[in-house]
Design a protein. Structure first.
Lengths: 139, 139
């Protein structure tokens, strides 16, 4: 896939919660998993190991800021973090709050559903709160 | 789960490819995905964001060394990296070489299989070569 056909190089309808020159944090509002976020590297890079050490440490610092912010805001039972990119080979990290009563727990969200899954409402002004928490976590 | 019942605190039958005082690299020989490795944090920690920055950077340096080594040794089509831990909440990173003709591609390995999946033989002395490659990548 070239950058001209890549959905992260040519975004449509992203909900950007936070960004800097190197990466951006998206809230995946249609995922069925409340609070699901993605950390997307802005440049069209395929693998995590294509980044140099400074860039790797930077993106993981943002991933951790998102993870900590989601833990503080939502108190999930577990956090799941993954960089897959088989369908869209542009480096992005999924950061997913998981609950014992969600549709797939304890399996990964890509496995077969286990149950209908309880609704987990987000706090009011979630995106603004998340942005503020990420900024605090990044210091 | 306490450390007394945790399979990564009380390992049985692990194939340890490389280790240091903080973490170890396992070759998951029974996974059905040739070259599947796990990077396991030695202490019983649940989430990536429970580590401090130095430890996070260390474990990701090892994850990247494994990813680069697997890319060099196996030339997969894509690499998948994930920290899930819903079933075993002890910090570990899956590092998985993926091929267009593997059983699940382009879906995650936890999804429903797509086909029987081609066999991908490992090079002779794979564990020894992988250890050597990880050591080189870590410098």
């Amino acid at each position: 896939m070239s950058s001209s056909t890549c959905e992260f190089c040519n975004p449509r309808g992203e909900t950007v919660v936070w960004s800097d020159a190197r990466c951006r944090v998206l809230h995946v509002t249609d995922a069925g998993f409340a609070g699901f976020c993605r950390v997307v590297w802005n440049d069209h890079v395929t693998e995590f190991s294509d980044l140099d050490e400074a860039d790797r440490n930077h993106v993981m610092k943002v991933v951790v800021a998102v993870e900590r912010s989601l833990r503080n805001l939502l108190s999930p039972h577990k956090m799941n973090v993954a960089s897959l990119g088989n369908q869209t080979p542009h480096l992005h990290w999924h950061v997913i709050p998981r609950y014992r009563d969600d549709s797939h727990y304890p399996n990964p969200i890509w496995a077969a559903p286990q149950r209908e899954g309880a609704a987990h409402a987000l706090p009011r002004d979630f995106a603004a709160r998340l942005r503020s928490a990420i900024e605090s976590a990044l210091g």
